[in-house]
Design a protein around this ligand. Structure first.
Ligand code: NOJ
Length: 814
């Protein structure tokens, strides 16, 4: 019997009726209940996804009306074949390509990775990774970074940046792609999304919020296929992230709502299944939540190879199939596409109404016109085509106009900014006996395989042993044009003070040696140990230690050197078992800072920059302390056996540790400075009167009900720099909800932060505006955000566990 997939491959799907497509579609809506009858005893209260049909039409509301009219005019001139082309990717010069329609003056669309750089390009900058940008807790840095990246994408001819990332959010400390995104805290990530998107789009480039939604692990993110000739069959479906409605809204959806609110042009749906059906055909997530509830006016593109059906995906809310072909990851060109010619067929035989296809194109073209991409947009740099291993020239079936200037240098003066961002992102976790900043040391020794130059080239897609790490691997990496290693920067700086610099970069040697045997004549004033931790797309981390025997390296150095300063370049959480070693005087978490890495860290080590980075996650004592590890080692062979139950609900990262009073090594929001700061005089003022629990029912705009985004309280606090050096700090506001809030509400949730720079002795008043959404929980019964009755406790401090000032408010009387 022909399988559903082989039917699709042969193009027969398009001639089935719509109802048949859904019924036959093990991947269609209600698919889960089709193959595995819906049984809440087995599935629990979630684990299935109701169908939400039809897909809502865009209207261009919220400021895109003029562009929408242009898009309507454009669509009205298209033939059906051209319409199919507009929604289907083709192999070409960019990572994703939509063909040109020259007779309409449309030059096509170029889609390029990724969240820290335009990856498939030469002469472009490698910016700090998301995790580093989040560690700055600086809204200006987040915007500035997004803007500079956007300028580079545009100058290289990319209309669409496949950036930024809010999924993974960071449910699991081990997830391989957490570093591409920002923080497991939805509020911090929400602000980062909004700032980055505004930055990209102010530069004239469309932003893509990805991966929507529930993409919280890499293991089994795609189905396992049995590749048999030209037909691919599924052995096991991708993991299903099974998320309940409240957790969805308050945690995973939260930052994506910010993205819609920021008028993000596109969303990329995720690889894995969500509550039983694939995220790229999940009509509840795409039609129901994204387009209806959040009022998203842009388009949903699939992750590469994440489309698993034609009609069911189109009806389910998918607007663009990328990269266009079929297959486990990318294309099986000979197999055709779920979209492409099948869209034409499906419209011709009445399976899909052409109005749905028109809406898909309106969604694609409205942001294009809104950003003025029809006016003098730079051509695609031909060098991208040469670097694009994803669809090399040999696979192209259409013509691409590559007559523009080759190898354009788009970096401008971004290096200086990247250096500054890297320094601002550096988190000082420990600083005893005034180890830092360094003060013209007579002699230092540099240890560790992360200190020196990279030895495996500048496009790193593997965990190479020698050389510093400034980005992780996979589609979110960058192609370096130069790299300032820590060692190079230290040597340059040490010259100014005539400091003696010695170096040992072989971790195996250091870990297994008595350091005095390494011919160190006298103990250096400071021993700087550089360690790294790799992470990449398509694999989850196996442990939370630093790599390459890093712990042993520190032990070995600290045994000999009583001023051991550890710097980590890491994808994220490391448990740092050496943190309490008396000879480890300082620890700096520098994450992935981008191309100026060495200069950024030297600026902090020598005190030219006073550290002000704060942890965007919690560092626990042990890897096993974290809840919600990835689902691995499913040893059964059932097609649907990969299930991940998000039973911890809202309790991830600090929400979990706080709810269970678990001690941690360094808490969320923590980070030291060379100065000391104080908070005083917290006050809260209502900004609205007669606040009631339920928001006013206003017409939906991008971001959802606009009432949710209205400021209802202003909290102010005075912050003072009491030390004798200038520097910045980050007052943070945490909200404790009243007792009347449903069970499972975390004890404290971040709802405000502001980075303030203060000269020594200076003080300033900082304000946090609390929006209605900030004081609401998602009520699953009424399907509304409600402000619970009773007293809220608002705590302001320097971390999630260093709360200095408290104010109480009662917006809605009990
Ligand atoms: C797959 C990744 O998940 C996505 O983030 C990326 O943009 C595409 N590949 C294209 O490289």
């Amino acid at each position: 019997m022909a399988t559903f997939r082989s039917l699709l491959l042969s193009g027969l799907l398009a001639s089935t009726t719509k109802a048949q497509a859904f019924d036959a579609g093990v991947r269609g809506e209600d698919a889960f209940s089709y193959v595995q009858p819906l049984n809440t005893t087995i599935l629990g209260p979630y684990g299935h996804s109701p169908a939400v049909l039809p897909s809502p039409n865009t209207t261009g509301s919220g400021g895109w009306e003029e562009a929408f009219a242009k898009a309507q005019n454009f669509v009205s001139q298209l033939t059906l074949e051209e319409k199919a082309d507009m929604v289907t990717g083709q192999p070409g010069p960019c990572v994703g390509n939509i063909v040109a329609i020259p007779r309409l003056g449309f030059g096509g669309l170029c889609l390029q990775d990724g969240p820290l750089s335009i990856r498939v390009a030469d002469y472009a900058s490698v910016f700090s990774a998301g995790v580093s940008a989040a560690s700055t807790w600086d809204k200006n840095v987040l915007y500035e970074r997004g803007l500079a990246m956007g300028k580079e994408f545009k100058a290289k001819g990319a209309h669409i940046a496949l950036s930024p990332v809010a999924g993974p959010l960071g449910r699991s400390a081990y997830s391989g792609r957490n570093w591409e995104g920002f923080s497991p805290d939805p509020y911090l990530t929400g602000v980062a999304m909004e700032k980055t998107i505004r930055g990209h789009q102010d530069a004239g480039v469309q932003a893509t919020a990805k991966h929507y939604i529930g993409n919280e692990q890499e293991t089994q993110r795609n189905p396992t296929y049995d590749r048999n000739g030209t037909v691919t069959d599924v052995i096991q479906e991708a993991i299903s992230s099974n998320i309940d409605d409240r957790t969805m809204h308050e945690l995973y959806l939260w930052p994506f709502a910010n993205a819609v609110h920021a008028k993000c042009a596109s969303f990329m749906c995720a690889y894995q299944r969500l509550n039983g059906s694939y995220a790229c055909e999940n009509s509840k997530a795409l039609n129901g939540i994204l387009k209806e509830e959040l009022g998203f006016q842009g388009y949903v593109m699939s992750d590469w190879g994440g489309t698993h059906s034609g009609v069911a995906s189109i009806e389910g809310g998918l607007d663009m199939n990328m990269p266009g072909g079929l297959g486990p990851y990318g294309t099986v060109p000979e197999a055709g596409s779920f979209f492409g010619g099948n869209v034409t067929l499906a419209v011709n035989n009445g399976t899909v109404d052409v109005s749905r296809v028109d809406d898909m194109i309106l969604r694609i073209m409205t942001p294009y016109f809104w950003l003025g991409q029809d006016q003098d947009f730079p051509s695609v740099d031909p060098s991208s085509a040469d670097l694009n291993t994803f669809s090399p020239k040999s696979t192209w079936v259409r013509e691409w106009n590559l007559t523009g200037e080759r190898s354009r240098d788009v970096r401008g003066d971004h290096g200086e900014m990247i250096r500054r961002h890297g320094a601002e992102a550096t988190i000082l976790l420990k600083n005893e006996r005034n180890a830092l900043p360094l003060k013209a040391p007579k002699s230092i020794a540099v240890f560790g395989n992360d200190a020196g130059d990279d030895v495996m080239g500048f496009y790193n897609q593997g965990d190479f042993e020698y050389g510093t790490l400034v980005a992780g691997g996979g589609s979110g990496t960058g192609r370096l044009t130069y790299l300032v290693s820590p060692l190079a920067a230290i040597n340059a700086r040490a010259k100014e003070d005539n400091t003696l610099v010695q170096q040992w970069l072989n971790n195996t040697l250091i870990a297994n040696s008595n350091i005095t045997d390494l011919w160190i004549p006298e103990t250096p004033d400071a021993c700087l140990v550089f360690l790294k931790t790799w992470a990449e797309e398509a694999a989850d981390r196996q442990h939370l230690d630093v790599d390459w025997n890093g712990n042993e390296v520190v032990e070995s150095v600290a045994k000999f050197c009583n001023n051991t300063i550890v710097v980590t370049h890491s994808s994220g959480i490391n448990t740092l078992p050496f943190a309490d070693h008396p000879n480890v005087t300082a620890i700096l978490a520098a994450h992935y800072p981008g191309q100026e890495s060495g200069n950024s860290i030297v600026d902090v080590l020598y005190g030219d920059v006073n550290p002000s980075g704060k942890l965007p996650y919690t560092i626990a004592f042990n890897g096993s302390d974290y809840n919600a590890p990835p689902t691995t080692a499913v040893n059964t062979t059932g097609v649907y056996d990969w299930q991940s139950w998000f039973d911890e609900k809202l309790e991830i990262d600090y929400r979990y540790f706080d709810a269970h009073n678990i001690s941690v090594r360094y808490e969320f929001g923590f980070g030291l400075s060379y100065s000391t700061f104080e908070l005083s005089d917290a006050k809260a003022e209502p900004l609205a009167y007669g606040i009631i629990s339920k928001p006013e029912d206003l017409p939906i705009l991008p971001g959802g009900n606009p009432a949710l985004w209205e400021s209802v309280y202003n909290v102010t606090v005075s912050v003072a720099n009491k030390g004798d050096v200038d520097g910045a700090t980050v007052p943070q506001l945490y909200v404790t909800f009243p007792d009347s809030t449903p069970a499972g509400t975390p004890p404290r949730q971040l709802r405000g932060f502001e980075k303030v720079f203060l000269a020594a002795g200076e003080s300033q008043t900082v304000g946090f505006e609390l929006m209605r959404r900030d004081l609401s929980y998602w009520d699953v019964v009424s399907q509304e955000w409600l402000i619970p009755a009773g007293e809220f406790v608002l705590s302001v401090g320097f971390s999630s566990r260093d709360l200095k000032e408290v104010v109480k408010i009662t917006p809605v009387e009990a």
